[in-house]
Design a protein around this ligand. Structure first.
Ligand code: SF4
Length: 229
């Protein structure tokens, strides 16, 4: 398996842990505000980083790093992902997986085979509004399934998790927050992420405004165990 990016250390991406991060190329969504557009389109132009290089680095960081985060793009669209996760686990590291939730079968497989310790899943908006954000047609029942699988696995003590939304008023208003609050009732961690606009996938996307901190706090109160970052 090849990767398209590698960050050797992060103190903030895996809650309470020190991790390295690998980035996969390719995604099945086209979110307006995606801040890793080079990993979504034209990623073939980025140099390949072979998995052996990552594993050899991790081997040397035993005792210094707690884990590896796998992010993208969308890692679950790559068939070799579970094999790679198994190799990382065999080295003794925790594995965090970032996903957009479109592949509940892969999520189930990596949970049931103890290949993942923490899952961060995007919640783009309410299910009925997903297409407005991601700009492709998907079966939203897959998103619903992934949420259910992740929450069940956490309640069985198999993984930790977070749901997270990059928030724009266009796609996530008070009514949406109320609906998502009901849908994800009982979730142990929900993160509202402030947008980063330095580079975005859809260059024509100009948000009508950004939420103020007090507006974000009001929205956070409608969501389960929500924090803003
Ligand atoms: S923000 Fe959207 S397009 Fe970008 S990697 Fe995530 S799911 Fe894919």
């Amino acid at each position: 398996m090849n990767f398209k990016g590698f960050q050797k250390i992060s103190l903030i991406d895996y809650p309470g842990k020190i991790c390295a991060i690998v980035f996969t190329g390719g995604c099945n969504f086209r979110c307006h505000y995606c801040h890793n557009p080079e990993l979504v389109i034209d990623f073939d132009n980025l140099p390949d980083i072979p998995e052996e290089e990552i594993l050899s680095f991790m081997q040397k960081r035993k005792g210094l790093l707690d884990g590896l985060e796998i992010t993208g793009g969308e890692p679950t669209i790559l068939p070799d992902l579970p094999n790679f996760m198994e190799r990382v686990k065999k080295l003794g590291f925790l594995v965090k997986l970032d996903t957009n939730g479109t592949n509940p079968e892969v999520i189930t497989y990596v949970i049931e085979n103890s290949l993942v310790d923490y899952i961060a899943m995007d919640i783009k908006t309410t299910l009925k509004r997903y297409k407005e954000v991601i700009r492709v047609k998907i079966d939203t029942s897959k998103i619903k399934d992934s949420v259910r699988i992740i929450m069940q696995a956490a309640s069985d003590g198999k993984i930790d998790y977070e749901f997270r939304t990059t928030i724009f008023p266009e796609f996530f208003g008070e009514d949406d927050a109320k609906e998502i609050g009901k849908w994800l009732k009982g979730a142990s961690r929900y993160i509202l992420q402030k947008p980063r606009m330095e580079k975005v996938l859809n260059k024509k996307f100009k948000p009508m405004k950004f939420y103020t901190d007090s507006e974000l706090i009001n929205l956070a109160q409608l969501l389960p165990n929500c924090i803003i970052r």
